[in-house]
Design a protein around this ligand. Structure first.
Ligand code: C5P
Length: 232
């Protein structure tokens, strides 16, 4: 368990708030997730500010569109020098293939370090929510396994999934297939809108390559203390 494997989600609307947290955690955390809210509010400037501070960037825009559109969106993202990018695996095999194609090309040309990850099923959804969505009974873990296998076949570097699904994913896709795990809670009782949650220790014991932690840190009065206590 190492803090290098902890990604803090900068779920803020203003760069000022986000960078205040980054500076507070400077000695502790080197990897940050920029999601829709911050990227739509501040655009490229927040990425530049993080790069200036030598931080690694996970741009979590969760692309989900037709293959050509996603291919072109991934291409546009390559200009940012980011380290991780997400798309929804439910966009389909062809979409994933077209997306990774452009990353592979960039890797040959410019030694890009970008990892392309597929979102399987959001950790805010469970069996009940999926049944409500599709109209028939669905087992989340078998869908996640299937989506992970498909992502691996398409050539993605890994997936975003709940810690509870890691073992199954690694068994089918190999130990080098990355699993990044959100839905981390430090207090067992506080789940907010997340349904498939685990503690940081549990996530790493279950085999997570990285954990993503948002509100437990961003809403805390003492974020550094939360980080220092993650594995206690
Ligand atoms: O605040 P919390 O720790 O729940 O934040 C989790 C972060 O991980 C959010 O930024 C959310 O967008 C992201 N995420 C997720 N589930 C996924 C993919 C990403 O919760 N499947």
């Amino acid at each position: 368990m190492s803090l290098d494997k902890v990604i803090v989600a900068l779920d803020f609307s203003k760069s000022k708030e986000a960078l205040k947290l980054v500076d507070e955690l400077d000695e502790l955390i080197s990897f940050y997730k920029v999601g829709l809210e911050l990227f739509l509010s501040e655009g490229r400037n927040i990425l530049k500010a993080l790069k200036k501070r030598n931080k690694k960037i996970f741009l979590d825009l969760k692309f989900h569109d037709i293959p050509n559109t996603v291919h072109r969106a991934v291409k546009a993202s390559l200009n940012f020098g980011i380290d991780m990018l997400t798309l929804h695996t439910t966009g389909g095999f062809e979409m994933m293939k077209r997306a990774i194609e452009i990353v592979e090309e960039a890797k040959i040309k410019e030694a890009s370090q970008l990892k392309l990850l597929g979102v399987t099923i959001l950790t805010s959804l469970d069996n009940e929510s999926l049944t409500e969505l599709y109209g028939f009974s669905i087992d989340t873990s078998s869908i996640v396994k299937n989506l992970a296998i498909l992502s691996k076949k398409a050539g993605l570097d890994g997936v975003i999934a709940s810690a509870k699904e890691i073992k199954n994913i690694k068994n089918h896709c190999g130990k080098d297939f990355l699993v990044v795990t959100p839905g981390i809670r430090v207090e067992k009782l506080v789940k907010d809108d997340q349904k498939r949650t685990v503690s940081p220790q549990e996530a790493f014991l279950l085999g997570a390559d990285y954990i993503v932690i948002g509100r437990a840190v961003t809403l805390s009065k003492n974020p550094a203390e939360v980080i220092l206590n993650l594995f206690k």
